[in-house]
Design a protein around this ligand. Structure first.
Ligand code: IPM
Ligand code: MG
Length: 357
């Protein structure tokens, strides 16, 4: 296949980890006979520095014209004091929205070789756990009305959450369809004991569940879910939840796998064009020092091959390569755990994955 991939390297460790993923993709391309053409576009802090805008129109147009998008990370202390609208993070929300990517898949899977890096006891982790978080990505409080006004105690700020039946149904369908291809269990997470949006969410999910009699469905309140994730993560298969709850729970789920540096994500809409990114951030403290873990980005590239291009064998080969490198004992600093060996850098980890391919 001939495929055009837009690269949004962004800030901090973004450029290093995207370079790693590109190397891995190029190797896969030469092994399986695909031609990947990579075109970089600016996003985040670097885009602010070079164009004054966190998400230049040329970036949006370039992504829309590509077959898929690979994103590193955005943000850093240099841009932290800018107003909300001009912050690098705004670009991330903007590009998700512009590309219509309402389904965010965040798999939290424990690699057997990394059991020792999980902060949970081995008896809690069990043989392994494998959770797919399906986060709604273009609605809710992230995109509701916000601003400042005069309130009872003077100036106050507000953010609002709104969800339509349509938005809940389409993310619900995505979750049930994915569950059918995995463990056939869906947990929908909300705060229906307090929030009106959550009550509509729950009602809509329950109605949808009736169309999927082969999938086991349950609701769970978000505070309980936060607790259950560390008490017994094996109980979850697919989790479906709102934008903000998904943001929070996916960080929690990633940490119990051993490292946020391991987790990939896919953002999908109604076309095959998706955006793929590690779920960790730009880690400005280690940027440019060859210390970043490239695995989450490499695995995001694997998700791109699988979900956007239907190249499952190629995606499997990347995942197997990562597995075998981890089994051989190679560790970046973030997943060192109790290993007695010195950590490897981003470059060395990438080379090992490429040669394992
Ligand atoms: C994420 C991040 C983003 C989010 C931030 C950087 C805007 O935390 O992708 O999880 O909240 O969606
Ligand atoms: Mg987050």
């Amino acid at each position: 296949m001939d495929l055009n991939i837009a690269l949004l390297k962004g800030d901090g460790i973004g450029p290093e980890i995207i370079d790693s993923a590109v190397e891995v993709l190029e190797r896969v391309g030469s092994l399986y006979g695909h031609k990947f053409t990579f075109t970089p576009y600016l996003i985040g802090g670097i885009a602010i520095d070079e164009t004054g805008e966190p998400l230049p129109q040329a970036t949006v147009d370039g992504c829309l014209a590509s077959d898929s998008v690979l994103l590193g990370a955005v943000g850093g202390p240099k841009w932290d004091d800018l107003p909300g609208d001009k912050r690098p993070e705004k670009a991330l929300l903007g590009i998700r929205y512009a590309l219509g990517l309402y389904t965010n898949l965040r798999p939290a899977k424990l690699f057997p070789a990394l059991k020792g890096a999980s902060p949970l006891r081995e008896d809690i982790v069990g043989a392994c756990f494998d959770i797919m978080i399906v986060r709604e990505l273009t609605g809710g409080i992230y995109f509701g009305d916000r601003g400042y006004r005069q309130g009872k105690y003077g100036e106050e700020a507000f953010d609002t959450e709104a969800y339509s039946v349509k938005e809940i149904e389409r993310i619900g369908k995505a979750a049930f369809d994915i569950a059918r291809k995995r463990g056939k269990r869906v947990t929908s997470i909300d705060k229906a004991n307090v929030l009106e949006t959550s009550r509509l969410w729950r009602k809509t999910m329950q109605a949808l569940a009736e169309q999927y009699p082969d999938v086991e469905y349950r609701d769970m309140l978000v505070d309980n879910a936060a607790m259950q994730l560390v008490r017994d993560p094996k109980q979850f298969d697919v989790i479906v939840t709102s934008n903000m709850f998904g943001d929070i729970l996916s960080d929690e789920a990633s940490q119990i796998t051993g490292s946020i540096g391991m987790l990939a994500s896919a953002s999908l809409g109604d076309t095959t064009r998706g955006m793929y990114e590690p779920i960790h951030g730009s880690a400005p403290d280690i940027a440019g020092q060859d210390k970043a873990n490239p695995i989450a980005t490499v695995l995001s590239a694997a998700m791109m091959l699988r979900y956007s291009f239907g190249l499952s064998a190629e995606a499997d080969s990347i995942e197997r390569a990562v597995d075998s490198v981890l089994t051989s004992g190679a560790r970046t600093a973030d997943i060192l755990g109790s290993s007695a060996l010195p950590p490897v850098g981003c470059r060395a980890m990438t080379e090992q994955i490429v040669s394992a391919l």
